[in-house]
Ligand binder design. Structure first.
Ligand SMILES: *[C@@H]1O[C@H](CO)[C@@H](O)[C@H](O)[C@H]1NC(C)=O
Length: 408
């Protein structure tokens, strides 16, 4: 009734204009967050050609059972380990597409749009099916104790069979958080240095973001400010951390490395103590500020900070927390009271400010990882696979120093 009388009355035109404008805006937002279909389609066409071009006689291949879902970094961390396993045993890796939840529960996107290094000398799973008919495939199950899994897998993959499919999922969370990973680290570091590469799309956007946000890489002499990257992991961690506390879970993957043991903000993590787990996994803003205070005092030349965060429509309060931190860190009197000798932060940027263009939204998370990799200093969350991916790239691919990392 009201609506119809509005349409007839003097509100008609403004109302129609408003509805038209909102649908245009909604359409724009929808399009800009949607993946770039055209690009994905063209990559899906090119990938088989590329796979065929890397095939050589007497080559051996392996395909693993992979995680079907979770976030980008959870998938990426095991894809990198699988690729490393394949190369270490003299096999070509058969890669699978990424599962991309923002596009739908079981939606997939081409891996080559993200991990250029992994896909360069590998074949796609579809091409594996072409060249490895089922009658010529050896199926293996490899799960073992954490300590023996890696060696057992390498030994199995060194076998004479041309095509191997690993049927069981071997990258259990428990394995990824265990000390068994420490023995793998030296080899994995070399692997990252030699083989890790983003797709060119990601590197391009990261370069653009740094130049527009005025953040200078620690390896470059270009324009901009040296900066710290802070990973604020909130979102679903609010509940997740309490589950981890109850289960007495510690840090994950590379955050457990012995060389980083002294890089945890005081008091140290005590997994027997549930309060301590939550304190490190979902710290108060006050605690995060005090970690940055320590760091800002020790590095008076760094007065720019980039915050990686997971604010989204379903976690809107994260934006408020980002804003609160930004206000506190740019407050001159607070900085003085906290003992900063060189004034407060001059530049604060965050994930929401990345200059991501139409159709580039899928890359935002990887661009954030790359920006944190290039920072002078990194403050991260030892329970997060995004933080540990950054650690792997800094310490492994770039041979960086543990001293330039701290876990809150
Ligand atoms: C548990 O951890 C909290 C936070 O660090 C600390 O205040 C408390 O004293 C610890 N409790 C015990 C029994 O160690």
């Amino acid at each position: 009734m009201l609506f119809r009388s509005c349409l007839r009355g003097r509100w008609a035109r403004p109302l129609i204009a408003f509805i038209a404008a909102s649908s245009l805006l909604a359409g724009y937002v929808y399009l800009s967050v949607r993946p770039s279909y055209t690009l994905y389609k063209s990559l899906e066409r090119l990938d088989p050609e590329h796979s065929h071009s890397v095939i050589k006689p007497s080559q051996k291949y392996v395909r693993f059972k992979q995680l079907q879902g979770a976030g980008f970094n959870n998938q990426a961390q095991e894809i990198l380990l699988f690729h490393h396993l394949a190369l270490s045993s003299g096999r070509t890796y058969a890669y699978q597409p990424l599962i991309w939840r923002p596009r739908g529960e079981h939606a997939t996107v081409p891996l080559s749009a993200f991990l250029g290094g992994v896909t360069r000398n590998s074949i796609s799973s579809a091409v594996f099916d072409e060249i490895c008919p089922e009658s010529e495939v050896k199926h293996v199950k490899l799960w073992d104790t954490y300590e023996t899994l890696w060696t057992k897998t390498i030994n199995a993959l060194r076998g004479p069979e041309r095509c191997i499919v690993v049927d069981d999922w071997i990258m259990y969370w428990g394995f990824l958080a265990s000390d068994a990973l420490h023995d793998i680290w030296p080899g994995f570091k070399d692997y990252l240095r030699e083989h890790f590469q983003w797709s060119r799309f990601i590197t391009e956007i990261a370069d653009r973001a740094q130049s527009q946000l005025h953040l200078r890489s620690h390896t470059s002499q270009s324009e901009g400010e040296p900066y710290t990257a802070l990973h604020l992991r909130r979102g679903d961690f609010e509940e997740h951390c309490h589950v981890l506390a109850k289960e007495h879970t510690g840090f994950t993957t590379w955050a457990t490395l012995p060389e980083l043991r002294s890089r945890v903000a005081h008091p140290p993590l005590d997994t027997e103590n549930a309060t301590s787990v939550v304190e490190h996994c979902y710290p108060s803003l006050r605690r995060i500020l005090s970690v940055i205070d320590e760091h800002a005092k020790a590095h008076p030349h760094i007065r720019a900070l980039h915050m990686l965060h997971d604010g989204a429509w379903d976690h809107p309060t994260v934006y408020i927390q980002v804003q609160k931190l930004a206000v506190a860190l740019m407050d001159a009197s607070r900085a003085l009271a906290a003992g900063w000798t060189n004034g407060p932060m001059k530049i604060i940027t965050h994930s929401g400010m990345l200059p991501v263009r139409l159709g580039e939204a899928d890359w935002a998370v990887t661009v954030d990882v790359e920006i944190a990799r290039r920072a002078d200093f990194f403050v991260g969350n030892g329970f997060s696979s995004l933080s540990t991916q950054i650690i792997a790239l800094r310490l492994g691919a770039d041979n960086g120093r543990p001293e330039d990392i701290v876990f809150y």
